[in-house]
Design a protein around this ligand. Structure first.
Ligand code: HAM
Length: 401
């Protein structure tokens, strides 16, 4: 038997998935965001230049191949790069103004599959272009909080500031000097990171490295006055809006395009892969991809990780169930359900059954009304209806249904 690829799952029970999408879409629209859809396949160069060649995503995890036309392409590992490309390609950067997009869809990373870590997974993300103010970072964080709160999901928010082109280069130098002085004490991965993207050493999972980095220069001690001021404003906004958070000076994120605010939402209920959303500001990416310099900030939620945490609200009984006691009345209930379905949900049983069996099936469908036709009803031009919520019965003319 041919099976799905490792780390790629079918979504058979889609109720939670739909419930999540509707909730997140409502929140994004309430914040003034509009839907954008970009291709699943893009030129590999797009991700090399945005997510960064030194990142694990581009370095090890791309579904990359040469297409029949000889182009180097790959399945998107994340959504931001494609949206930024579309933003530039459609000349929105030149038009100026503010643009706010949300999107959802599958992303692909050739990671080692485990609980919460898939090779094909879904993200719901937003990208806001043209707002330089840290108040927009707050808006974006509030949006994630609204989505998670509406879904009744507990979370922990971690924030950090990565500095900007003023303060980051000097910090990088300071950190490099520290690493050069401790080359014998750091793991092989950190030796590699030192040469590609040094700040990524800060979230190394090796205990020995972590103990050593307690004495390394700190990002937050090296922020320039403007980054420092913005980071303070963000913290005050979070406090005044009663959003609990923790400053995590080692939060550097796995993608290279961030500057200033970076954040992650963590859940304690899903095991080791506990980041349910991540994002931050990426003010230089548009320019870096040859667009007109435009500040931007966004986030993405990992849908599969959230599905583990979502409890569906109890469904209210809704719509109709039509059944016949005899084969010859099935065409009639088919027509009646067709009429009903113009404005309501109506399922129809295509097999004659006993009344008891129909009532059981209607209950399973969570229908509000169970409508049945048998010989007596047919003779009288009537249909028998049970309201499964009020537990009342009635018989009405089937022309009036
Ligand atoms: P990210 O942190 O790489 O950020 O991914 C966002 C979320 O996607 C993660 O927090 C996690 O919930 C989920 N996720 C990532 N990898 C996997 C996986 N292998 N299996 C299951 N879930 C996964 C981004 O992708 C950025 N584009 C977010 C962003 C938007 N930043 C600015 N705008």
């Amino acid at each position: 038997m041919v099976k799905s690829l490792r780390g790629m799952n079918d979504i058979i029970d889609s109720n939670k998935f739909q419930y999540f999408l509707q909730t997140a879409t409502n929140v994004a629209q309430n914040y003034g965001y509009s839907y954008i859809e970009t291709p699943l396949l893009e030129e590999t160069a797009l991700f090399k230049r945005s997510v960064g060649e030194s990142s694990d995503i581009v370095g090890k995890e791309m579904y990359q191949f040469i297409d029949k036309g000889g182009h180097d392409v790959c399945l998107r590992p994340e959504g931001t790069a494609g949206v930024v490309r579309a933003f530039i390609q459609n000349k929105l950067d030149k038009a100026g103004g503010k643009y706010k997009f949300f999107y959802h869809g599958p992303m692909f990373r050739y990671e080692r599959p485990q609980k919460g870590r898939l090779r094909e997974f879904h993200q719901f993300g937003v990208e806001s272009f043209g707002e330089i103010s840290v108040y927009e970072d707050m808006n974006i964080i509030m949006m994630v909080c609204d989505i998670l709160n509406n879904l009744n999901i507990d979370f922990k928010l971690k924030i950090n500031s990565l500095g900007d082109s003023n303060c980051m280069p000097q910090y990088r130098e300071n950190l490099l000097e520290f690493l050069e002085n401790h080359l014998d004490d750091i793991c092989d991965d950190c030796v590699r990171r030192k040469d590609t993207n040094p700040i990524r050493v800060l979230d190394c999972k090796n205990n020995k490295c972590q103990t050593l980095y307690e004495n390394a220069p700190k990002l937050l001690d090296n922020l320039c006055p403007s980054c420092d001021e913005d980071f303070k404003i963000l913290q005050n906004l979070l406090i005044s809006n009663n959003i609990n958070f923790e400053v995590d000076p080692n939060l550097v994120r796995g993608l290279d395009y961030y500057s200033k605010t970076a954040f992650e939402f963590i859940s304690s209920g899903i095991g080791a892969q506990n980041a349910i959303a991540g994002g931050g500001r990426y003010d230089r990416l548009v320019e870096f991809l040859d667009g007109k310099a435009t500040p931007a900030v966004g986030f993405a939620i990992g849908v599969e990780r959230l599905l583990e945490l979502i409890e569906l609200p109890e469904d209210e009984r809704d719509g109709w169930y039509f059944g016949a006691l005899d084969e010859q009345y099935i065409s009639l209930i088919l027509s009646l359900s067709y009429k009903k379905r113009k404005n309501q949900k109506a399922v129809v049983s295509l097999k004659p059954r006993t009344l008891k069996a129909h009532l059981k099936a209607a209950d399973k469908e969570n229908a509000r009304y169970c409508a049945i036709i048998g010989e007596n009803e047919f003779q009288d031009h009537k249909i028998w209806i049970k309201d499964l919520y009020q537990k009342s019965e009635s018989v009405i003319d089937f022309d009036t249904i």
